[in-house]
Design a protein around this ligand. Structure first.
Ligand code: PMP
Ligand code: GLU
Length: 397
């Protein structure tokens, strides 16, 4: 019966981040001492004022369907947040709140993409972009980057890949899996190219915006450049910033015509995002980003530990990520070599070996478009990180 599955279903793969994490969870349940550095999920509790807002929402009776695109006062709060943190002006009719940023992305792709449309994505890219594009029967067009340039594209590179079929450019800044963050000046140069193509739309995934370690500076939103404001859909969510992965709240700010279409699609697929989580989101987004500084500081300490420990491990080539909680070392040095009796051929085998022999769960770079690398998430306690890197060192040195 399996051949009765649709072409779209057969054409996509499982999410490898989720697959690795559930493999780790199963081993843990069997009693193995697993360190899970595969999933990108903060290990903090959401802030207390967010938890209190959710409890109050239950007591206040928020048990019913909400407007499809979210409560009006949440959309107003999001507009204020966009202006406060990103210098972007949106009005509530341009906002659509969804069941996680994943659903926001899918709403946008379903709204814009037809069969064989081309979508530009810099590689390494976050796992799900490619599969979501394939779900729309469109074509991902990969723009390669190099570790030597901190995995950033050269603005002029984009032009080499634009064709009459190019509809969308997916831009993730700060970037999962590399941790790279474009500076204001780098973005400005990119904008100078993008504005030459007014029909090209840009989905700017800014879900890691606060997780940024350079001082006296904040990340810049590409829609804040007025020249391309009308081309940009700005995507964000609460999963990473407020450690609310399971609450499933994501949102976009977009040109009206795109927001309307996302609302139409969402109305048919999920009716609305969760009502309690929306009330909690109001509390989260109304608060100053300073309230979550303790998490950012902690991620920064963990990043420094990772950098420190990784330099003592032979065969890893890596740069210093300025943001997110990922690092993306090159591990191709190990290919063709024997580790624990097995000759390693690719990043999948390397990460499987780490899981099965030293009980450290990571994700092979192949899932992010570059098989020569490995993604390590350091959204785990310092104790776990140290434990994992000691095991890694013992394995390879
Ligand atoms: N974009 C990026 C780059 C991500 O890493 C994630 C993490 N899952 C998402 C979008 C989706 O986030 P969520 O659906 O949890 O809001
Ligand atoms: N974004 C996280 C990651 O990349 C969570 C898992 C997922 O949604 O892919 O690990």
């Amino acid at each position: 019966m399996e051949n009765r599955l649709s072409y779209r279903s057969k054409n996509i793969s499982y999410s490898h981040t989720i697959a690795m994490s559930s493999q780790a969870r199963k081993l843990k349940n069997k009693g193995y001492d697993i360190v899970n550095l595969s999933i990108g999920e903060p290990d903090f509790l959401p802030p207390k004022f967010v938890l209190d807002a959710a409890k109050k929402a239950i007591d206040d009776g928020h048990h019913y369907y909400t407007p499809v695109s979210g409560y009006y006062d949440l959309k107003e709060t999001i507009c204020k947040k966009f202006y406060r943190d990103n210098r972007i002006k949106y009005n509530p009719s341009q906002i659509v709140v969804s069941t996680g940023a994943k659903q926001s992305i899918m709403n946008v792709l379903f709204s814009l993409l037809d069969k064989n449309d081309e979508v530009l994505i810099p590689s390494p890219y976050w796992v799900s972009y490619l599969q979501m594009i394939k779900l729309c029967e469109s074509k991902p067009i990969i723009i390669p980057t190099q570790i030597e340039n901190n995995f950033k594209i050269y603005p002029k590179q984009i032009e080499e890949y634009i064709t009459p079929k190019t509809k969308l450019f997916i831009f993730n800044n700060p970037c999962n899996p590399t941790g790279s963050v474009y500076s204001y000046n780098e973005l400005k140069q990119l904008v100078n190219i993008l504005k030459k193509y007014p029909k090209l739309l840009i989905l700017s995934d800014e879900i890691y915006e606060y997780i940024y370690y350079l001082k006296n500076n904040s990340t810049t939103s590409i829609a804040s450049f007025s020249e391309i404001y009308h081309q940009v859909i700005t995507l964000n969510g609460l999963s990473k910033a407020f450690s609310m992965t399971g609450w499933r709240i994501g949102y976009i700010g977009a040109p009206n015509w795109i927001a309307k279409s996302c609302e139409k699609i969402q109305g048919q697929i999920t009716s609305c995002p969760n009502s309690i989580a929306q009330r909690a989101a109001i509390a989260a987004l109304n608060s100053s980003p300073l309230n979550i500084n303790y998490m950012i500081k902690s991620f920064e300490n963990r990043r420094n530990i990772v950098l420190d420990m990784m330099k003592d491990i032979d065969g890893f080539q890596f740069n210093k990520p300025d943001g997110t909680f990922y690092i993306f070392p090159k591990i191709s040095n190990f290919f063709g070599k024997k580790l624990k009796g097995k000759v390693i051929k690719n990043s999948y085998e390397f990460s499987e070996l780490l899981l099965n022999k030293i009980y450290v769960s990571t994700v092979g770079g192949f899932a992010f478009g570059n098989d020569q690398y490995l993604r390590i998430s350091y959204a785990s306690s310092e104790k776990n990180i140290i434990k994992a890197f000691k095991r890694l060192k013992k394995l390879v040195n």
